[in-house]
Design a protein around this ligand. Structure first.
Ligand code: PLP
Length: 396
């Protein structure tokens, strides 16, 4: 491996760069998880977590990856043989669907081309046809990390309501939480699934479920087997600031610090920053003469951009050159997109110049890989960033 100076550019769409303040917050002695100091930490961070999900209701924290939090959402609310409505919007939607089937649920799958999000009209149509109300839950990946497409959750909610259907709405926000505007309560979501290693700027290791009253009621009668993932003992223990198992204390120190960072910047400023970086990235892609994978501008992701390479080019070769020469990691093409796209992560702890450096590295890598790109791409991105600052100066 080549030795590199300077800092590695971790520009995959998660895990993301962990800020120094968060790293330092975690470098402390692990304390007694049954003692008063821990209880204060847990109560404080459970209080601070709600606003990030846009909820005044409970948020359960698991020592797990996002996949565990997916399972928790299903096993707490559903019973063997229940029907769920799912959408073929990308690699992660596929994995969640496969998990649902593996757990004994029956999946109605709406086909998709992996360039668009969940179509609210398809939700309306499927649920209107389900007069017997056999569908128990609708599964939506808010931000599909494999494609850079963000589904329109409020319109999906409206479609469920228009059909007057009682299905639960379960939403994966793994790569949108704390990066893209999201409102668990206001949008009528029943379970929101999240994790630590993306917009929350933490290492992997925490999974989350934000839970509506309707989902809590569903848990009373849901019969899929559950033990570790069971919300009830966790919510009961959380009341006293504890967990029914040994919690990942040092990750929780980090979580508290990350929540403080988000509060200091303000969530709306965090979302605006991600919107700006996404817009600049798309300007670069178009400027290079390449195509953004997301086909509907209403669904552009603000946390990552998947870039489609033309025939005859291997996206993984471009990524390899960028890693070798410039010490930057980009996301690979997943599933049916393997080799055809690379993904630029622009979520979590980054600023305008991190993004400018990232896009400079991508441009150099494309050129070295022999992809014919217009070097005006980088300038187009810088123009977007500059214009955003000029707007701000004008405001003063
Ligand atoms: N859902 C989405 C949208 C993801 O991006 C990922 C991982 O990247 C997952 C689920 C699975 O999460 P994990 O890898 O933390 O288990």
């Amino acid at each position: 491996m080549t030795a590199h100076s300077g800092r590695h550019f971790l520009q995959i769409p998660g895990p993301t760069n962990v800020p120094d303040r968060v790293l330092r917050a975690m470098a402390r002695p692990t304390i007694d998880h049954r003692g008063p100091e821990f209880a204060e930490l847990a109560r404080d961070l459970l209080r601070r977590l709600g606003p990030v999900f846009g909820t005044g209701g409970p948020v359960v924290v698991y020592p797990s990856s996002g996949t565990g939090a997916w399972e928790a959402a299903l096993v707490n609310t559903l019973s063997p043989g229940d029907r769920v409505l799912a959408f073929d919007t990308g690699h992660f939607a596929t994995l969640w669907r496969d998990m649902a089937e593996g757990l004994g649920l029956v999946v109605d799958l709406v086909p998709g081309d992996w360039r668009r999000g969940v179509d609210p009209a398809a939700v309306a149509e499927r649920l209107a046809a389900d007069r017997a109300h056999a569908v128990a839950a609708v599964l939506v990946v808010h931000n599909e990390t494999s494609t850079g497409v963000t589904s329109r959750v409020p319109e999906i909610r409206a479609a469920i309501d228009d059909a007057d259907h009682p299905a639960l709405l379960l939403v994966d926000t793994i790569s949108s939480l704390a990066s893209i505007d999201y409102r668990h309560d206001a949008w009528g979501v029943d379970v929101t699934v999240g994790c630590s290693q993306k917009g929350l700027m933490l290492p992997p290791g925490l999974g989350f479920n934000a839970i509506s009253q309707k989902a809590l009621a569903a848990a009373d009668t849901a019969r899929l087997p559950r033990s570790y993932w069971d919300w009830a003992p966790i919510l009961a223990a959380n009341e006293g600031g504890h967990f029914p198992y040994t919690p990942p204390t040092n990750l929780l120190y980090g979580l508290r610090e990350a929540l403080l960072l988000l509060e200091e910047e303000g969530l709306s400023a965090v979302f605006a920053r991600h919107d700006r970086h996404a817009e600049a990235t798309r300007a670069a892609v178009r400027g290079w003469g390449l195509e953004v994978l997301c086909a509907d501008e209403r669904e552009y992701s603000s946390s990552l951009t998947a870039v489609l390479l033309g025939d005859g080019h291997d996206a993984d070769k471009v990524r390899q050159i960028i890693l070798d020469r410039f010490d930057m990691s980009l996301g690979t093409g997943l599933g049916r997109l393997a080799g055809r796209v690379f993904r630029i992560g622009h979520l979590g702890d980054l600023n305008d110049l991190t993004l400018a450096g990232t896009l400079a590295g991508v441009q150099l890598g494309l050129q070295l890989a022999g992809v014919a790109v217009d070097p005006g791409g980088l300038q187009a991105a810088l123009d977007v960033l500059r214009a955003a600052h000029e707007d701000r100066t004008g405001d003063r």
